[in-house]
Design a protein around this ligand. Structure first.
Ligand code: FES
Length: 170
C-alpha cells in the first residue's frame, strides 16, 4: 500500500465523519432554530393570554368551571383548542385558575364532586382528591398538585394562558 493511497483513505474517512457529524448537527439545530423564529410555534408554547368571557366581577370564592377556546396554528394545520379551568378568588382576593386535568392519569376533576369530601376537587376515576388550592391530598393517587394557568384582567374580563403550568410535587 503506497503513502498516496493511505492519505487518500484518511481523507475519505475524515470527509465521511465530517459529513455525518454535520448532518446530525443540522438535524438537531434546525428544529431549534425553527422553534425560535416561527411565531406559530412560539404561540403554541404558551405565553399568549386568551379572553375567557368571564367578568372579574363574576369570580367568587367558590370555584367555577370556565371553558375557553382558541385557534392553534401548527405548521400548515389550524385547529381549535378548548381548554377548561376552575377559577375562584382566594382569601387574599387573588385569582386562582386551576387545570381540571388530574395529575394521576388525566381524568377530569370536579369541585365538590363527591359529597363525602366537601370543599375539595374530586377525581372519579381512582378517587383522587385535591384541596381547594389544588394541592393533592396525601394518600390518594395523584402525586402532584393541579397545574395552574397564568391570568390577567383586561377591561374587567379574565384572560388565561393557553396552557396551565405544572407546580412542584407535594
Ligand atoms: S386519574 Fe384521577 S385519580 Fe386516577
Amino acid at each position: 500500500m503506497s503513502d498516496k493511497q493511505r492519505v487518500t483513505r484518511r481523507q475519505f474517512l475524515t470527509y465521511t465523519l465530517m459529513g455525518v457529524g454535520g448532518f446530525m448537527a443540522a438535524g438537531t439545530v434546525m428544529p431549534m432554530l425553527r422553534f425560535a423564529v416561527d411565531p406559530a410555534l412560539q404561540a403554541k408554547a404558551g405565553g399568549d393570554l386568551i379572553a375567557t368571557g368571564l367578568k372579574e366581577s363574576e369570580i367568587t370564592n367558590e370555584p367555577q368551571r370556565v371553558d375557553f377556546k382558541f385557534d392553534q396554528q401548527d405548521g400548515w394545520y389550524e385547529s381549535q383548542v378548548t381548554q377548561s379551568a376552575w377559577v375562584y378568588k382566594d382569601n387574599n382576593g387573588d385569582i386562582i385558575a386551576l387545570s381540571p386535568i388530574c395529575k394521576h392519569l388525566g381524568c377530569t376533576v370536579n369541585w365538590n364532586g363527591n359529597e363525602e369530601f366537601p370543599n375539595q376537587f374530586y377525581c372519579p376515576c381512582h378517587f383522587g382528591r385535591y384541596e381547594k388550592d389544588g394541592t393533592n391530598v396525601k394518600g390518594t393517587p395523584p402525586r402532584g398538585p393541579l397545574d395552574r394557568y397564568d391570568y390577567e384582567i383586561k377591561d374587567g374580563v379574565l384572560y388565561l394562558s393557553m396552557r396551565a403550568k405544572p407546580r412542584g410535587g407535594a
